[in-house]
Design a protein around this ligand. Sequence first.
Ligand code: SME
Length: 173
Amino acid sequence: MGQVINGIPTGMAESLDLPKTTDRSLIYDALHPQLKALLEGETDWIANLANVVAALKEAFGFFWVGFYRVKDGALVLGPFQGPVACTRIAFDRGVCGHAYRKGSTVVVPDVDKFPGHIACSSASKSEIVVPVRDHSGAIIAVLDVDSDILDDFSEVDRNGLEKIVDLLKGDAS
Ligand code: SME
């Protein structure tokens, strides 16, 4: 914590301390307070989205992690890690649009069995999409996590990701 570069405090060390385990609940437990500290004190929405996707990629090695922001009447690609992806998703399309319309997390164990799934990559096998809300409760983005393993997401991921997304409440400026 408290690194100073060129006289400017950086806020905290830019590295994560993660347990060496495959138990995702332990990893989410370790990650949450570190992300909270990383996001606190930074008001730039894009910077915070970028650090969340980087942290999730580093912690879990997910195939694709990224945000789609509510913008111009659609879901528009934001910070992400993984292969290049489609840039705009209509509210009535894909798992992302479904989660947006439903207003709650959607877990898809097998994307081939989800009518309307948008296949940005054929390697993607399962998916979880979590809406991001601002302080007024309006959905301002969705977090999309894709796995190249079938049925890769459980209640542990739903809880862990929903808690992380809660840290992002604030101005989407
Ligand atoms: N599969 C998503 C589209 C986004 S990509 O997976 C990155 C969907 O069906 O909404």
